[in-house]
Design a protein around this ligand. Structure first.
Ligand code: HEC
Ligand code: HEC
Length: 245
């Protein structure tokens, strides 16, 4: 690890202790303010700034501690894959996490302006992430899932927003789902259905409110079997990001 990274990780661990305390008093106040896509604020600012990729890599060193240098996240689902996600989606989610519209106590202290910088840092780091190739071995759903039922559920309930091949829609901030780890999607889907992810799209909540556990497993497993376009994938699961030494 580079000396600079050691110093910054130390600084962030110190910040972490302080912000956890600050957050518990803020969260009630912010709970009411949560909404799906109010726009404005850092989201709009970051979208209109010219990104600096060099600083993007510097900021990404912090992110890599959890999301890994390749941006691949983890198969057990704690950390989502960021590689391959639309930049606009990354910007929205980061801005929401910073504004406490989406709860993420693990990441929150590391994502704050005092840790990584203002809207310019959001612009920079998301432009850097946008260039990363995806994990060719993302976590799949269980072999026991029914893919035929999953496909039907997907066509009837998801395609209108996430698209036929689950590519999402950058302009509308609909995330890409293909290539994402199953276990991460499973947690998010349940949280969205049950109202725990406060920045969720209300139309998606409505669409999936009657989904049973079995439906959820079937549809998300189907999603993990939708092929990811080859040009978006890293050459192998052993690929390592050359920007890190
Ligand atoms: C301490 C660990 C940690 C660090 C450091 C971290 N994250 Fe995260 N991040 C997480 C976790 C955990 C989640 C998923 C939270 C959940 O389940 O809702 C997440 C989720 C996200 C998401 C939402 C992804 C999606 O598909 O909606 C984005 C975007 C993101 N992180 C970007 C970043 C960026 C950019 C950085 C660096 C500035 C960063 N993260 C640093 C832990 C971390
Ligand atoms: C009305 C449009 C809409 C429909 C219908 C919809 N979604 Fe979503 N979905 C969204 C949006 C928008 C988000 C991101 C919400 C946010 O900004 O926090 C999302 C987020 C997700 C996520 C979390 C992704 C991540 O990276 O964190 C999963 C998983 C997901 N949707 C799966 C599905 C599945 C499976 C279906 C069908 C059963 C479905 N969605 C139907 C709009 C929709």
């Amino acid at each position: 690890m580079k000396l600079k990274s050691v110093i910054s990780v130390f600084a962030f661990v110190t910040t972490f202790a302080a912000s956890t305390v600050a957050m518990s008093s803020q969260s009630d106040e912010h709970a009411k303010a949560a909404g799906w896509n109010k726009g404005g604020g850092e989201q709009d600012a970051a979208l209109h700034l010219k990104p600096d990729l060099e600083n993007g890599l510097d900021v990404f060193e912090v992110c890599s501690a959890c999301h890994l240098p390749e941006g691949w996240g983890t198969e057990e689902g704690t950390f989502p894959q960021l590689a391959g996600q639309h930049r606009r989606v990354l910007i929205k989610q980061l801005a929401d996490i910073r504004a406490l519209n989406r709860d993420n106590p693990t990441m929150y202290p590391f994502a704050l302006p005092e840790s990584i910088g203002d809207s310019q840092a959001i612009s920079d780091v998301t432009a850097y992430i946008e260039k990363l190739k995806m994990n060719p071995a993302a976590g799949k759903g269980p072999a026991s899932a029914d893919l035929v039922k999953g496909e039907k559920l997907f066509k009837d309930n998801c395609v209108k927003c996430h698209g036929e091949t689950a590519m999402g829609d950058a302009q509308k901030y609909y995330p890409r789902l293909n290539g994402q780890h199953y276990k991460y999607m499973k947690r998010q889907f349940t949280w969205i259905r049950d109202g725990k992810r406060r920045n969720a799209n209300p139309d998606m909540v409505e669409q999936i409110k009657n989904f049973s556990e079995e439906d959820e497993v079937n549809v998300l497993t189907y999603v993990t079997h939708i092929p990811v376009p080859k040009e978006d994938l890293a050459p192998s699961k052993d690929y390592r990001n050359p920007d890190f030494d």
